[in-house]
Design a protein around this ligand. Structure first.
Ligand code: JFZ
Length: 452
């Protein structure tokens, strides 16, 4: 009996200690702790819009990466002189995000090419030097606030245009001897301060941290600097050197950063460490004519798999050179929004699990409700592993009919309708007699489902 009490106390302590040190820092640097209130709030949003945009859309090649490759450096660096997206409307963009069911928005304030989408005091290589002359970031930030969308900014640490940034790219001939990272860091910090203080950014989404010019010391220092300017900021793990490849999670908690950043893939199931997958709606980050677009099925299932894995989804859109988002992308986003308007309860404010995702399903929960997202249709019955110690009060199709549920040979059996109710993702709700949060994540064997 005493032993049990001791174990419970130890367990609770471990949970507490873990909660204090998610993401940022760790015991070695307690000042790098994540603001847990801001984190929870953002995690509940689950779905956001990523925007990659800049003068490069005049060429339709990839932002940053095409400088010195598909587009010669001298040509790339002059594109801003022709950048005049007269049809840009912050109201329209934010409305599109809203109609898609997205709850936050993150835009490239500056990509690897160094061009700044806002009126920066520290450079002339910005939107005010274009014929357009309108502060895109300011208009967007204000519109987001007006429409109740959380506003965040992508900012590339790597800056292949800035003379002081040490790593060169794309055959850039300027000798690195003329560069000076200390001077560059002053520039970077000044700009980050503008984003925080003048634009009220809530999320700093850094990038380009993998280059040699950046190091762990600088990453920790930048994290501290930003948080000391505003404590409720969320900062991704690309501020520091901890990220492991495209998988995106930090390798240890000695690195700064509040959340992991899997890229172009759904993150691996992880409900202890926060993460956000960034995925493009087409293939390129920046707009490309006739780029291949993902199907509605892919979009919805990606969102469900992400939520089911415990993460957020940041779906990227690349607006065109005239300032509009492509109509077919707007249509796709609206379709996602229509699905969410009906089934959003199974995404927003949920947690991943307790059943771990498989090829054919993902699972989320909130309170005593478990949401099973089905991507394939089993014959007759859905069989799931037993939830020991729990009673299942009811089963039903979300927004639909009641279903018969029983226990069979140590499994939960839900009798399903003959055909899927939603061909992209039919959601089944199991109502339990207690909160699902104490259930340890469970593996669902692939062969448990008799898929037809
Ligand atoms: C980075 C950016 O380069 C990309 O343009 C986009 O902004 C994305 C969200 O983040 O993606 C990367 C980062 C590193 C590599 C490739 C893509 N890499 O090292 O090959």
């Amino acid at each position: 009996m005493k032993k049990t009490v001791l174990l419970v106390v130890l367990f609770l302590f471990a949970r507490f200690a873990q909660a204090q040190f998610i993401g940022g820092g760790g015991e070695a640097s307690p000042d790098l702790k994540t603001n847990l209130k801001a984190l929870k709030n953002w995690q509940n949003l689950r779905f956001g819009m990523f925007i990659h945009w800049g003068p490069v859309t005049l060429r339709g090649t990839e932002i940053g990466w095409s400088r010195g490759r598909e587009v010669p450096i001298e040509e790339y660096d002059k594109l801003y002189k022709e950048f005049n997206p007269v049809l840009f409307s912050a109201k329209e963009w934010v409305s599109v995000a809203k109609a898609a069911g997205m709850k936050y928005l993150i835009i490239t304030s500056k990509h690897h090419d160094g061009f700044c989408l806002w009126d920066s005091k520290y450079t002339d290589y910005d939107i005010l030097s274009t014929p357009f002359k309108r502060d895109v970031l300011k208009e967007l930030a204000e519109e987001c606030r007006r429409q109740g969308i959380l506003f965040g900014t992508y900012y590339s640490i790597a800056d292949w245009h800035h003379p002081d940034y040490t790593t060169r790219y794309g055959g850039d001939p300027r000798p690195i001897e003329q560069s000076d990272m200390n001077r560059y860091v002053v520039y970077l910090k000044n700009q980050v301060k503008e984003l925080i203080e003048r634009y009220g950014t809530n999320i700093l989404w850094f990038d380009g941290e993998w280059e040699d010019a950046w190091d762990h010391q600088k990453g920790m220092d930048l994290y501290r600097y930003a948080r000391q300017l505003r404590d409720d900021l969320l900062i991704n793990n690309r501020v520091d050197k901890g990220r492991k490849g495209m998988q995106g999670m930090s390798t240890s908690n000695k690195f700064a950063g509040d959340f992991g950043t899997p890229e172009q893939r759904v993150g691996t199931f992880d409900v202890d460490r926060p993460w956000e997958s960034c995925i493009t709606i087409c293939r390129q980050w920046a707009w490309k004519p006739n780029d291949r677009m993902k199907s509605l099925r892919q979009c919805i299932q990606t969102l469900a798999k992400t939520a089911g894995g415990g993460g957020n989804l940041l779906l990227n859109v690349g607006p065109m050179l005239d300032g509009r988002i492509e109509q077919r992308q707007i249509d796709r986003l609206k379709e996602i929004g229509q699905w969410l308007a009906r089934y959003g309860e199974s995404i927003y404010g949920t947690q991943g699990g307790p059943f771990k995702p498989t090829e054919w399903m993902a699972c989320t929960y909130k309170g005593n409700k478990i949401f099973i997202h089905l991507f394939a249709w089993p014959e007759g019955e859905l069989l799931l592993p037993e939830l020991k110690g729990y009673r299942i009060l009811s089963a039903q199709v979300l927004q639909g009919q009641r279903l018969k549920v029983s226990r069979q040979n140590g499994k939960i059996a839900v009798r399903l309708p003959a055909a899927p109710v939603d061909e992209n993702d039919t959601v089944i709700v199991l109502e339990l007699d207690k909160e699902a949060s104490d259930i340890r994540p469970l593996d669902v064997p692939e062969n448990i489902l008799r898929v037809n």
